[in-house]
Structures are given as structure tokens and as C-alpha cells.
Design a protein around this ligand. Structure first.
Ligand SMILES: [Zn+2]
Length: 344
């Protein structure tokens, strides 16, 4: 019998968490009403169901529509600050020791905020959460596939000014079917030169080759999802040979139809063949999940044991974009807690 009660107390790491997909439902409702926005229902139960994916989500495109309302309430500095801080409070309560939050700055400019106002709001909240709660976080800036390459370049040129101040990396996300990774190659070249680390959503839908393109053309150091690598043996081998870490998000992959149910998820096969996998949430609210629940699914459906989970957590620290000093500190904290749970 597996003791699930330990999952809550397990010290955890999340490398793939979108701020806009992880806003508390009550906060979305409150800000939406304050801002005079239309809400699907004022009944909290119905409202919450409406902003989360349900059984009839068919694809990544469907999944992405759930971000429309959250993004509308993230257009002012005070709201961005509050939403970031609340997420960190929630994660702290779930014993997340380290999180890399990601935002797409250009999706928060509808009401006139500029790049720096957006980053400052989020970074200030992260800073305060670190001081008040002790939860450590870093920020990843997302370039959207459907935006112009110039916008991606701008994110890099402005974003690198915050390296050392909480911003650690850039990412490429969004509709993978219609926009290939190479479109944003120039931004990613600049990022490397300017001290930003790189991760890319790839192989989240059925194009396994995007993983290789992301690594070879964009210099991706980590891959977001990479779930479809299993379609091509050479892609799996490539990831393994290069030691490319995968930021996997099991529930999200089930919801976008990337895999047919939890049991079909390839994460355990990847782990067993020596690929560097991590387990992450993607979107706490949109996917209606927590890291604890993701670990539970891994045990229930994918034959994970606590030893596997500890490897995943250690991968999370090792392949995080935190600096070496912080990684050492986090390793100590995590090892101490694992020992106290008799898991070390
Ligand atoms: Zn993602």
C-alpha cells in the first residue's frame, strides 16, 4: 500500500508553471467584477468549472481558450502583484520549495502597461514572498509562437536587464501546429549572448521533430513537455544522449489530448530509460491540479514509487535555472526534509 499522506509533506519543485493559468478562481471573479468585465456566471461553482478544462477539451487550441478571462484580469500592476503573491502563497502551503513561474509579457499590455511595469509587479511579489514565506522563485519570459519574431527579440533585449534580479530564462509557447520554432531563432540567439537561459515548449502536440529543432536551432537547454518524443525513437535517443531535461505536465497532457489517458503517458518509460524528467503542474487553475495531485497520478497510473519521485525532485533542482549557490541551499533543505520523512 502506498502512503499518499507523505505527498503533501514531500518537498517539491515546479519548473513549469504559467502564472495566467494558475490564478485563484475567486480572484479572477473578484477582479473581473471590479473591472466591469463579463463573467460566465456569478455562482462560484459554475464560474470555476467554466474557467477550467472539462472532459470535452479536445486539443491544445481548446485548452488555450481557458486563458482568455484570466489574462483580462492581469492588465494592471496591482492585479499582477496580487495574483503572483497569491500563487506563491498557495505553492508555499503545498510545500513547494522552488518554482519557476512563467509569463508572456506582451499579453499583459492591453490596458497600456509597459514591459517594465509588468516585470516589476511580478518580481516585487516574488521578492516579498521569498522574504515573508521563504519560498524561492524565478521568472521565465515567454515568447508566443503566434507573435512576430520582432516581439520575441524585444522580450530578450528588455528582459535581459532583469537577469540577476529574478528573470532567468526565455521560453517559446503557444500554438505549435501552425508556427514552427525556427521563426524565433534570432531572439533565442540573442538570449544566449545576453545571459538568458532557454527552454522551449516542443513535442506537446504531435510533432516530435520540434524537439530536435528546438535544441539544435534555438539552443533549448530544457524542453517543455516533450511528450511526443515517444513517436520517434531517434528523438528519444537524441534527448537521452544530450541529457536534455523534460518539463513534463501529466494532467495537462491528458487534457490537451496529447496522450489517451494517464496510463498512456510516457513519463515512466522516459525515466526508466535514463532520460531526465521532471513533473510539473503547467496550470494549477486551468488544469485544476496541484503538484501533489500530479505525483499521486504518477503513483496511481504510472507505477512511480517514492524513489522515482525523489529522483524527479532532484532533477528539478539540478536542471532548474537557479544559480549554483541557490541550488546547493535548496538541495540541503530538501535533503533535510526527506530525511525527516525517512525517505533518504
Ligand atoms: Zn506550458
Amino acid at each position: 500500500m502506498v502512503d499518499y499522506s507523505l505527498l503533501k509533506r514531500l518537498p517539491k519543485v515546479d519548473l513549469h508553471c504559467h502564472l495566467s493559468g494558475s490564478v485563484r478562481p475567486a480572484t479572477i471573479m473578484e477582479i473581473a467584477l471590479e473591472e466591469g468585465l463579463e463573467v460566465p456566471s456569478k455562482d462560484m461553482g459554475i464560474f470555476t468549472k467554466n474557467i477550467q478544462v472539462s472532459g470535452n477539451c479536445q486539443s491544445l487550441k481548446d485548452y488555450l481558450t481557458k486563458f482568455d478571462l484570466p489574462l483580462k484580469v492581469m492588465q494592471k500592476q496591482k492585479h499582477l502583484y496580487r495574483i503572483t503573491y497569491e500563487l506563491l502563497e498557495d505553492l508555499w502551503e503545498q510545500n513547494i520549495k522552488y518554482v519557476e513561474i512563467r509569463i508572456a509579457p506582451y499579453l499583459h499590455m492591453e490596458q497600456g502597461l509597459d514591459f517594465h511595469q509588468i516585470l516589476e509587479s511580478v518580481l516585487n511579489a516574488m521578492d516579498r514572498a521569498r522574504k515573508n514565506l521563504g519560498i524561492y522563485s524565478n521568472l521565465i519570459l515567454i515568447c508566443m509562437r503566434n507573435h512576430s519574431p520582432e516581439i520575441s527579440l524585444n522580450i530578450v533585449k528588455e528582459g535581459h536587464k532583469y537577469v540577476g534580479k529574478g528573470v532567468v530564462a526565455i521560453d517559446l509557447a503557444g500554438n505549435e501546429i501552425d508556427f514552427s520554432p525556427e521563426l524565433h531563432k534570432e531572439a533565442f540567439q540573442w538570449a544566449g549572448n545576453l545571459g538568458l537561459r532557454k527552454t522551449v515548449h516542443a513535442g506537446e502536440v504531435g510533432i516530435a521533430e520540434n524537439i530536435i529543432t528546438a535544441v539544435k536551432e534555438l539552443g533549448a537547454e530544457r524542453i517543455g513537455h516533450g511528450v511526443y518524443a515517444f513517436l520517434k525513437e531517434d528523438v528519444c535517443q537524441f534527448i537521452k544522449d544530450r541529457g536534455i531535461p523534460l518539463e513534463m505536465c501529466i494532467t495537462s497532457n491528458v487534457q490537451t489530448g496529447a496522450v489517451e489517458g494517464y496510463k498512456a503517458h510516457p513519463i515512466k518509460k522516459y525515466l526508466d530509460r535514463g532520460m531526465k524528467v521532471t513533473i510539473n503542474t503547467d496550470n494549477l487553475t486551468v488544469s485544476d491540479t496541484t503538484l501533489e495531485q500530479e505525483y499521486k497520478k504518477a503513483i496511481e497510473f504510472l507505477d512511480f514509487n517514492y524513489g522515482d519521485l525523489i529522483r524527479v525532485i532532484q532533477n528539478g533542482i539540478e536542471f532548474s535555472f537557479a544559480d549554483e549557490g541557490e541550488k546547493e541551499r535548496l538541495k540541503e533543505v530538501i535533503n533535510r526534509e526527506l530525511e525527516s520523512l525517512n525517505l533518504k
